[in-house]
Design a protein around this ligand. Sequence first.
Ligand SMILES: C[S@@+](CC[C@H](N)C(=O)[O-])C[C@H]1O[C@@H](n2cnc3c(N)ncnc32)[C@H](O)[C@@H]1O
Length: 275
Amino acid sequence: MNHNIGTFIATKRKELGITQQKLAEQLNCSFQAVSKWENGTTVPDTLLLSQLASVLKTSVDTILGYKAVPITEYEKKYEGQDYYWGITPNRLCYEIMKLKPPVKPYKVLDIGCGEGKDAVFLAKNGYIVSAFDAAKKGLDKAKELARLHHVDVNLFQADINEYELCEEYDIILSSGVFHYLTPNRRERFIQNLKEHTTMNGIHAINVFVKKPFIEAAPDSEEAELRNEPWYSGELMRYYHDWMFHKYEEEIFDCNSGGIPHKHCMNRMVAENFQG
Ligand SMILES: C[S@@+](CC[C@H](N)C(=O)[O-])C[C@H]1O[C@@H](n2cnc3c(N)ncnc32)[C@H](O)[C@@H]1O
């Protein structure tokens, strides 16, 4: 699990401006005990957890790192036998292969992998692929696709609004998912991705953006409508210190939901360029 209880307690405590001594007094324990939790030597006693959560203004679940993954409307879309998005890889996969051909076992993370078409395609081409999505049904189908193609993909369920990377990748791919990032999360999440990307590693990302002259898609999901849309060029801003291999905007027709409409998408391939 990608959660360190001690680090969480220390961060929360400092955010609230409480010293170890003060926290210990409120919990009726020694400050050495607090110090041991924070440096990972021990963990708090279960009987102390609810009081600790109350002092840190959080929940026991959050202290323990339990995060419920949101149930996306994609669970329903992925129910059928067919692959909702088909199995043709996204064009970003070819950009990746052009820039970083699999001459060595590059590590890839596919964020919001859906039913796994891109993750499986890259694994088939020799990349070491991890991929996550919120939708359990999508992951099940991705597992099946990987099995059919005799490749291993490390698939796991996670929420883009909670997940923090804890290992480095050479390549990060995400297609059609970043609009689920809540606005206040975007910068921090992308910073976390950048910090976990190897030197000369690349990010290949596309995101739907809002244009004043394009109406919301008739089948937009509730979460999409609730979230503030990305503005065109916003993605680029978070990568001002990386080298762009591609940054383009495309308006295209779509017929999802049976009603013709348009989307605007920004597409980016950027490199953690170190000379
Ligand atoms: C448009 S689909 C794209 C799927 C895949 N990248 C592809 O191109 O085939 C969007 C995906 O984002 C996933 N998703 C939605 N909200 C999410 C969240 N909060 N965390 C992780 N994935 C999420 C959905 O389950 C869905 O699979």
